[in-house]
Design a protein around this ligand. Structure first.
Ligand code: ZN
Length: 78
């Protein structure tokens, strides 16, 4: 079976991460299946960088999240 990835944050869409949409994970979608706001998703990705690289500043994590999201199908056009 081909693994699908969230088009917003690239998390693998395993059964426990899958949300109401088949394109996005549960963190990136609202209960009705629509995409969360850009700010919401960016905050989550920023937290992820702060977690995997202890010691980097909020500012750096924020910039990385910004850069990371430019490669996401869900955000590249915005
Ligand atoms: Zn996601």
């Amino acid at each position: 079976m081909e693994m699908k990835y969230c088009q917003s944050c690239v998390i693998p869409l395993t059964p426990d991460m899958a949300g109401p949409s088949d394109k996005y994970c549960k963190h990136c979608t609202k209960p009705d299946g629509s995409l969360q706001s850009r700010e919401h998703v960016k905050a989550g990705i920023t937290q992820f960088f702060l977690m995997v690289e202890p010691g980097i500043s909020q500012e750096i994590a924020d910039k990385r999240a910004e850069f990371y999201m430019k490669a996401m199908p869900a955000w590249a056009e915005r």
